[in-house]
Design a protein around this ligand. Sequence first.
Ligand SMILES: [Zn+2]
Length: 396
Amino acid sequence: MFRGVRVGNSGYIRDMNASAIFQLIDRYGPISRRELAHNTRYSAATITNHVKALLDAGWVMETDKGTSTGGRRPVHIAVNPHKAYIVAVEVEVYRVRLLLFNLSRGAVSRASLPIRPGQGPAQVLPRAVSAARTLLAEAGIALPQLLGIGIAVPGQVSPDGTLVFAPNLGWKRTVVREPFQGVFDCPILIENEARAGGIGARECQYPDVRNLAYVSVKEGIGCGILLQGSVYRGSNSTAGEFGHVPLQPDGRLCHCGGRGCWETLASETALLRAARRVVPGIADGHELLQLAQLEDGRFDEVFSDVGYWLGQGAAALANGIGPDLLVFGGSMARFYRWLRPRLLQAFHAQALPAVRDHVQVEFTHMGDEGTLYGMGALVFRQHAPAMLAGELEAAK
Ligand SMILES: [Zn+2]
């Protein structure tokens, strides 16, 4: 529902059309008015009128990008990146990262804050608020230009946006948006980090895929699932906890209370635990990466074992939901070059033939920023149409 307009009146319909045209320009722009009319159900006159309103309000701009078809060079329309901005925040186990996006989802600037073990939301979140203010101030952006803030968290998020439990962070029942609300008068979205990663993968890498499962492998394993083009949240927003599918009946005790869960066998925590049996005292993933890059074969068996379990779990996931695409991401991305061969071998051995022959298995190209890009996209999709419609309505 667009903010500030009523269903059923002609103004609402008009603003809805303007918003739809804006979203087409966002997806396909720079695009000419003629191409917009040619590829939609709108008439040339309707396109011209709405584009004028969008230009007048500063949501789009004219650009000369595009190829001439002979005669006068066509003027193309693109989203005006400076019209509004989005702050994406990702709370991780050891740090909070922030990424300031313009309206075209181009990265403007970044910040990162370390979290010390045991620090709770009362210590961490106010620092994230300050960092967001600093990013905006340094970029010369006023608060009314902020379209929204999107915050990804490593745990279960209830439908009202409360972080219910983040096991690897140790935070429970946290209203993450609260410290931000007092400072920023804009929409604030909270989302599970794996789900945001799935949205980021679809938006930035695979825009035409309808059924996608994104596997975020970090300290634990979470999955973001998109079905028929929509994010699947499940009852009470709990969908995607495939990290707790039991794969080894008498396996290691998991913090969820179960035994042999996928994440006890194939998370980055499991990888580090196995690597320390080869080289005791490895501090963290960064140190393991440096050692692995020596390519001396010491960790071959470790990568093979963890890769095997990643493939086993991926087969269970794919057999269960039948996606078109399975994307592996998360901080584990830095190790996929060593994990990949055994992962794919185990996946192909365990997945049902009809699943195996259909699903495409990919490894993210977005490094560890997929979740931040997903939050940027989520804020844009949920709030740009409402802000735009409200502004056009107010301009009448
Ligand atoms: Zn578990």
